[in-house]
Design a protein around this ligand. Structure first.
Ligand code: OGA
Ligand code: MN
Length: 297
């Protein structure tokens, strides 16, 4: 290879997925050869943990753009009704004070405590998310991850064959759409899409179960039977052997592959500790960079 050797080192944090990436300051412009290493590690390890990255929104957006076009979120309680590239995971109001536990934004964010894949309810679902710390609680408030790729690969061949070709209906809302108060009625109806149950990473051909809380029905099956199958598969993916829990430290940033992993927030003492993490979400488009196989569109 005629590429310049990168300074980056990659260290596995779990036997099946998740790697820590060191040797780079992501708030500075990232050279091509370094991004290539990160891109390959992302496709292989599915979750990348970066430490001591002191992102602000501008540098976080700039780094995220290496992976492709960013999603623009609609106005909703998760971004304080500010549409844009940043979603805010917090228990604080704009004034920095604790929000009451029954505040609509708090109730809305509680949905992140269910296993999910970001934006799976969009026609072009998210490639990746980058969640970066701003304020982290000393206890609790971990983000849990599961490898739906490792889980899929462990399924018996006959089960894989039976699942191949199934199509899943994803909704932005809870299964009970009418009970979901977080969005306006028009947005709720618009964000209903279908995706294949088995999702393929076009870079390396690896397959994963594409499930989680937005995946709610299987096309061609009675709704309850489809939901039961999806629940079973999500439970299968989130078994301890496919599971990693990230305890947040100051300066942490974690990037995950939404095509092959599930994640969820975990609770913490929301009246005692402050937590604020900012997320950028990369849309499922090819990155604007001239190497390697390109991600799925
Ligand atoms: C997200 C998310 C979990 C968390 O940012 O998409 O689900 O731990 N966050 O805040
Ligand atoms: Mn999420």
């Amino acid at each position: 290879m005629d590429t310049i050797e990168s300074r980056i080192t990659i260290k596995r944090l779990h036997p099946l997925f998740v790697a820590e990436v060191t040797g780079i300051d992501l708030t500075q412009p990232v050279p091509h050869e370094d991004f290539r290493v990160i891109w390959e590690a992302f496709n292989e390890h599915q979750i990348l943990v970066f430490r001591d990255q002191h992102f602000d929104d501008e540098t976080q957006i700039a780094f995220s753009r290496h992976f492709g076009e960013l999603e623009t979120m609609i106005a909703h309680p998760g971004n304080d009704w500010n549409p844009g590239h940043i979603s805010i995971m917090t228990n604080l109001g704009k004034d920095g004070n604790f929000l009451p536990l029954d505040h609509p934004a708090m109730l809305h964010r509680e949905r992140n405590e269910e296993w999910h894949s970001d934006s799976s309810f969009k026609p072009v679902a998210a490639l990746a998310s980058l969640l970066a710390s701003r304020i982290v609680p000393p206890v609790g408030g971990n983000t849990d991850f599961a490898s739906a790729r490792a889980a899929y690969e462990d399924l018996p061949a006959e089960r894989k064959a039976a699942l191949e070709g199934l199509t899943v209906l994803h909704r932005m809302t809870h299964r009970d759409m009418d009970a979901d108060k977080g969005y306006n009625e028009e947005d709720k109806k618009r964000h209903v899409v279908t995706h294949p149950l088995i999702r393929v990473n076009p870079v390396n051909g690896r397959k994963a179960l594409y499930v989680g809380s937005h995946a709610q029905e299987i096309v061609g099956m009675p709704p309850e039977a489809g939901a039961a199958l999806l629940d079973e598969l999500t439970a299968f993916c989130t078994q301890p052997k496919y599971f990693y829990s990230h305890h947040w430290r100051d300066g942490d940033a974690v990037m995950w592959d939404n095509r092959c992993t599930l994640h969820r927030a975990t609770t913490f003492d929301k009246t005692k500790y402050k937590r604020k993490l900012h997320r950028t979400t990369i849309a499922g488009k090819a990155p604007d960079i001239a190497f390697g196989a390109m991600p799925e569109r």
